[in-house]
Design a protein around this ligand. Structure first.
Ligand code: NAD
Ligand code: DAU
Length: 349
């Protein structure tokens, strides 16, 4: 049967890698990409596949119920891979309501449209919700997030994602809607908007601007190359057990300050600058309010059940990422013009 798959947020960072993978690997599927093209969405991210026959771009907002219902009726999607979200923690601190609207209400509107379309005829149907490890809150020095770890979100972003996860489960329990949820750790790689740590710091090093490390820099994140996340999503989409949750992580914990030093070293080498020059740009700045100390994922379930493992080491992935940004200065210049300058001033000055 030809599958009709709606990917939401496909013009964003992770979504664009997922769309590319599905469009290229599954010509028998019809892939629809619904994206509002907020500051984080960029048609340039999908230039290489935009003319493929099995790909359709739908410009619209997941919080626009009338529009969402109309495309569900028109295209009768068998499956949804839901990535559209407001995704940056710092922005959620300055504008929490925008996060509630897109991440909670938007998810509910999609769930409802899916429920109304299939009215309980759920054979071969799937709502795949992409979530984050941040819903589990913060770890101390030890321990890992497991699928059974209780939710304990600390930022408006993570609270909105936790809430959307609960609604997905509630639709499963109440209406029998077939779903799967994955909770992934920090992604990095090409096409990431330069508000997140790694692309922001690459951009600042290129431009000899300060590297604003929050607090003492001793916060820990578990980093995963974005293409390894897309591979995991493909596996879970095809082989995941309905109503299950899978944690996805890189087995790759770094303290922010150590990561920044590695990044500085690789950038010095690639830019032909004296070793140690980029690290002189490090500037400790005011901490993020409610800053989670440590995230680390136990990804043994997806590893054992679906045979998934990261394919790229952090040093390799970081090197490829830097090469991409150095080779795509026009992309970087485009996304950092206009509103980005206002955002940057408000966030860092
Ligand atoms: P992103 O900010 O790069 O992209 C989000 C995309 O969603 C953009 O294309 C944007 O235009 C679109 N979008 C936003 N609001 C919309 C709306 N109302 N209607 C339609 N489209 C809208 O985000 P990302 O980093 O690619 O994250 C994608 C998903 O993965 C999110 O759900 C996020 O919570 C989750 N996630 C991200 C990470 C990470 O490290 N980036 C890790 C785990 C989970
Ligand atoms: O864990 C998964 C989450 O990872 C995703 O759900 C989010 O969408 C994604 O944004 C990311 O959240 P983080 O807050 O961990 O990522 P960010 O890149 O914003 O920050 C990583 C760490 O670096 C964090 O400890 C804060 C710190 N930081 C970040 C910025 C932007 C700085 O020290 N300085 C900065 O300027």
């Amino acid at each position: 049967m030809k599958k009709s798959i709606l990917v939401t947020g496909g013009a964003g960072f992770i979504g664009s890698h997922v769309v590319r993978r599905f469009v290229n690997k599954y010509p028998e599927y019809s892939i629809f990409n619904l994206d509002a093209l907020t500051y984080a969405g960029n048609m340039e991210n999908l230039k290489d596949i935009e003319h493929k026959e099995n790909y359709t771009f739908l410009h619209g907002d997941i919080t626009d119920e009338v529009f969402v219902n109309s495309i569900f009726e028109k295209y009768r999607f068998d499956s949804i891979i839901h990535l559209a979200a407001e995704s940056h923690v710092d922005r959620s601190i300055t504008d929490p309501l925008a996060f509630a609207k897109t991440n909670i209400l938007g998810t509910m509107i999609l769930l409802n449209a899916f429920k109304e379309l299939w009215k309980g005829n759920w054979e071969e149907k799937l709502f795949y919700h992409i979530s984050t490890d941040e819903v589990y809150g913060s770890l101390g020095e030890n321990g890992l997030f497991e699928e059974t770890t209780p939710y304990d979100p600390n930022s408006p972003y993570s609270a909105s994602k936790a809430s959307s996860d609960h609604f997905v489960r509630a639709y499963g329990e109440t209406y029998g809607l077939p779903f799967v949820i994955t909770n992934c750790s920090n992604n990095y790689g090409q096409n990431q908007f330069p508000e997140k740590l790694i692309p922001l710091f690459i951009h600042n090093i290129i431009n000899n601007k300060p590297l604003p490390v929050y607090g003492d820099g001793n916060y820990t994140r578990d980093w995963l190359y974005v293409i390894d996340h897309a591979i995991a999503i493909d596996l879970v989409f095809h082989q995941g057990i309905l109503t299950d949750t899978y944690n996805i992580g890189g087995f790759n914990e770094w303290k922010n300050i150590d990561l920044v030093k590695l990044l500085c070293q690789q950038m010095d080498e690639k830019l032909g600058r004296a070793i140690g020059s980029s690290s002189q740009l490090i500037a400790y700045v005011k901490d993020r309010p409610g800053h989670d100390l440590r995230y680390a994922i136990d990804a043994s379930k997806i590893n054992k059940e679906l045979g998934w493992n990261p394919t790229v080491t952090f040093e390799e992935g970081l090197s490829k990422t830097i090469d991409w940004y150095l080779g795509n200065k026009e992309w970087l210049a485009n996304v950092t013009s206009g509103n980005y300058q206002n955002y940057y001033k408000e966030q860092y000055q």
